[in-house]
Write a protein that binds this ligand. Sequence first.
Ligand code: NAD
Length: 269
Amino acid sequence: MLHGSTELVAIVGSPITQVKSPENFNRWFQANRQDLAMLPIDIREDALDAFIETLRGWQNLRGVVVTVPYKQVLAGRLDEVSERAAALGTVNVIRRQADGRLLGDNVDGEGFLNAACLNGFQARGKRALVIGAGGVGSAIAWSLCQAGVASLVLADASAARCESLAGLLGKAFAEVPIEIGYESLESFDLLVNATPAGMGGTGELPLPTALLEGLRASTLVADVVTSPEITPLLAAARERGCAVQTGAQMAFAQLGNLGHFMGVTPLQL
Ligand code: NAD
């Protein structure tokens, strides 16, 4: 129930009907008797400037979760962003300060690490492969480096994206050996699909099928795709005896990070 006293958070994107954050946050607010609510906002790109100005003056709004396609465009319009959001050039959450200043961060990678931790995986000292050097792949790669992986291999259909991500990670984490491209899966403790391959029941894998022969049962295989929950990659990994991590697990595991940054939940829900 909304009251005159209810403070708000929002999730902004376009389209917005597919997002699960409003039901997840509102369930948590209700269960914890918080006078808070999350609104879904679908906004046109040509209205973003006015939206940002409105956020600055919106006194009962604590923060905004940012989703596709505005993670990049909004990163450049805030008053301050975290070091990782600045390096990645993307935000997925905004906090509105009491004085109207807007601060941004990107916690996609933290959500990934939280989910991995719940699956019994600690990144420190591990060898990781991240396929997909776009928005979410970059955030995951950043957090893996920050968590102290022994080595990181990047792959993407776009060589330019891989090189640019390897360049920015190399500057921020000089101690982590970073390579581009792979010929076998044998040496990896963690394999991440951070591409949309397999989304919407296409049956597509993000890598050549033949390479799955080299996948070891001890490798954690993670996918960012949320629908279907068990992607073709995760199904193939399960067949080979691997533990798997779904995109839904990653999304759920970052609710606390999003809520904490906006100042409305603890870090761990
Ligand atoms: P993006 O467009 O920024 O990046 C995708 C990258 O994948 C691109 O660099 C592209 O070149 C590469 N790519 C596409 N197909 C490929 C293939 N077959 N092989 C190699 N590279 C390929 O997109 P994004 O914002 O990073 O989102 C990627 C996916 O992650 C989407 O499906 C999105 O829904 C999902 N996502 C999930 C979560 C979550 O919490 N689970 C969070 C954010 C995004």
